[in-house]
Design a protein. Structure first.
Length: 364
């Protein structure tokens, strides 16, 4: 049982992480939240040249990189029309159907500006268009301005970041939490909680906690951060994909919300190291945590960049399952989260010099 005080602390942490804006390339607000949270547990915090956070815990043993990304799905203002409407360049993998009739926040020079992607009114839509999805290029952000000058006066213009406006909510007293950006703020939360525990627990290695930028537009921050960290072994912590609501094909994913953390055995960007996946399974068994095995096509994550760095690095991608990723409203489960932290801490405590050498040994 997790004590009530710890539960409240974690809820507040997850609320802060989820609500902070931070689309790719504009990670300033979430970076500040993360640095403030990591500082008490890190012996040093530095940044790479693209803004990723690199925080070290421990000074001896193999260099283990633990990665989560801080950017979220979003967009940038593309253009302001003379009538005071704005068009938007999306950042990250959005479905067009997720964009219509949503509230957004534009991070402007004078503070946040509320916006809505309006919907074409049903009273004028011809019957044959009523089931159609409107493309992203036909949408406008409406900030309530009457013309371009009024938009400018709000302190916003082309290039300004846009994020979903979807505040954190505990869903009806359950242990399921609704918010934007669980991909990958849930991973950021796992990092903070694991750092907190490992500040007082022994671990036979140097852990380099790395919170990357610009994952959603091509794993860019992970590439440059790995150049700096030069890991011997790396672990990515991500939001996973559930298949427990919509009747898709069972081969898409079989992961369920609330059924335990997950390990990726395949995705289209990376294959994990098999000796490392065996260690993860052993750590989960030790902690009596059910581990969901996942194989998802059409999914990429930072481990793909990490494994190609430093002459080749054993990696694995561990996930907290999320319903409805890449949208305004995703759901995570608190027990999945706590169990992910349990498994990660147990795994890190196993990674001593001899074990890392064994994982990295390819002698036939
Ligand atoms: Zn992600």
């Amino acid at each position: 049982m997790v004590p009530v005080a710890a539960q409240d602390r974690t809820i507040e942490l997850l609320r802060q992480l989820a609500d902070a804006p931070g689309p790719p390339g504009f990670e300033e607000p979430i970076r500040k939240v993360m640095v403030d949270q990591m500082k008490p547990y890190a012996s040093a915090i530095t940044f790479d040249g693209m803004g990723s956070i690199i925080a070290t815990q421990g000074s001896q043993g193999p260099r283990i990189m633990v990665d989560a990304h801080m950017d979220e799905l979003g967009g940038v203002v593309r253009r302001v029309t003379p009538r005071g409407l704005l068009t938007m360049q999306m950042l990250g993998g959005w479905l067009d159907q997720a964009l219509v009739d949503q509230r957004w926040i534009i991070v402007g020079s004078k503070g946040p500006v509320h916006a809505v992607t309006g919907i074409r009114d049903v009273h004028v839509v011809p019957p044959e268009e009523r089931t159609r999805v409107y493309s992203r290029d036909s949408l406008f952000l409406d900030v309530g301005a009457k013309d371009e000058a009024e938009v400018t006066a709000m302190g916003i213009g082309p290039g300004d970041p846009v994020v979903p406006d979807a505040p954190f909510t505990v869903l009806n007293g359950t242990d399921n939490y609704l918010a934007k950006g669980w991909d990958d703020r849930v991973g950021c939360g796992v990092v903070i909680e694991a750092m907190r525990r490992l500040a007082t627990l022994p671990h036979p290695n140097q852990i380099v906690w790395t919170i990357t930028t610009q994952e959603e537009i091509g794993l860019r921050g992970a590439h440059t951060a790995a150049d700096v960290v030069k890991p011997e072994l790396a672990i990515a912590i991500e939001g996973g994909i559930t298949g427990d609501v919509f009747p898709g094909h069972p081969e898409e994913t079989q992961v369920r919300l609330g059924a335990g953390p997950g390990i990726f055995l395949y995705d289209s960007s990376a294959l994990p190291n098999r000796k490392l996946t065996a260690l993860v399974k052993a750590a989960a068994a030790e902690k009596q945590v059910p581990l969901q095995l996942d194989v998802v096509q059409g999914y990429g994550d930072d481990s793909a960049e990490l494994q190609k760095s430093n002459g080749g690095v054993p990696t694995v991608n561990l996930v907290v399952p999320i319903r409805y990723t890449h949208s305004h409203n995703g759901i995570m489960n608190r027990r999945d989260f706590d169990q992910m932290v349990d498994v990660l801490v147990a795994l890190l405590q196993k990674l001593d010099a001899a074990t890392v050498a064994r994982v990295r040994d390819f002698t036939p």
